[in-house]
Design a protein around this ligand. Structure first.
Ligand code: GSH
Length: 220
């Protein structure tokens, strides 16, 4: 199938977590793609807040994808992931492993939990730990505590599979959503000492071919 597909263009950044999850999904489905790296500046030619990139994503964030096979442009990692699944995962390799109404809701609720809660809490933890111009311990403590709260929720879910995958059955796109965020735990100043199943799950994810190849292509 991959032989008939023109490579998608994945707009990315060399260290941000969100583009990697899209690359992992493309790797898992053997969909060809090329990576274009951007920086976080407003440089008109190289930055995500510059005129060139804003024509692709007016929100000035990566990832974004352009698909020459369909003409579709997508941004927001959740929209990119779901587009890729709808168009390129006809055999349901990375989607929900069951098809009951509960299976579909379970898949979406874990996607949305990462997109709306765990990712943003860790993102703010990173911001107040590394980038905010003034030290703000209250904010750092608040987002650190919220990140750990999310880790507790994830640890509880992983008990259902003894840390093999977030949803019972097999690894899915849900695991791909979480992987780059959880992998960045120590950069955020967090520890996995109290979350042994998350640590086990992360170790398993790191051994997977689609994960290794995605990091190789996006981060070099
Ligand atoms: N909700 C967005 C978040 C995208 C996002 O914040 N991406 C980061 C890189 S991982 C970015 O482009 N940051 C640029 C900036 O903060 O200026 C998604 O899931 O795609």
């Amino acid at each position: 199938m991959a032989g008939h597909i023109k490579p998608l263009l994945l707009h990315a950044h060399s260290s941000g977590p969100n583009p990697v999850k899209v690359a992992i999904a493309l790797e898992a489905l053997h969909v060809p793609y090329t990576v274009k790296q951007w920086d976080f500046s407003d440089n008109p030619n190289t930055g995500v807040k510059g005129a060139k990139f804003l024509k692709v994503n007016e929100n000035g964030r990566v990832p974004a994808i352009e698909d020459p096979n369909t003409g579709v442009v997508a941004w927001e990692s959740g929209a990119c992931m779901n587009y890729i699944r709808r168009v390129y995962d006809k055999g349901n390799i990375i989607g929900p492993s069951g098809d009951s109404a509960q299976d579909l809701v379970d898949f979406e609720k874990w996607e949305y939990f990462l997109l709306s809660t765990l990712g943003p809490m860790m993102g703010q933890t990173n911001w107040f730990k590394h980038f905010n111009a003034q030290k703000n311990n209250d904010a750092l403590e608040r987002y650190t505590a919220q990140s750990y709260r999310c880790y507790d929720v994830l640890e509880g879910q992983l008990k259902r599979t003894r840390g093999e995958s977030i949803l019972p059955g097999r690894v899915t796109a849900v695991d791909y959503h979480f992987e780059p965020w959880i992998r960045g735990y120590s950069f955020a100043g967090l520890s996995l000492y109290k979350h042994p199943l998350i640590l086990k799950w992360l170790g398993l994810m790191e051994t997977r071919e689609e994960v290794k190849e995605a990091y190789h292509k996006v981060r070099g």
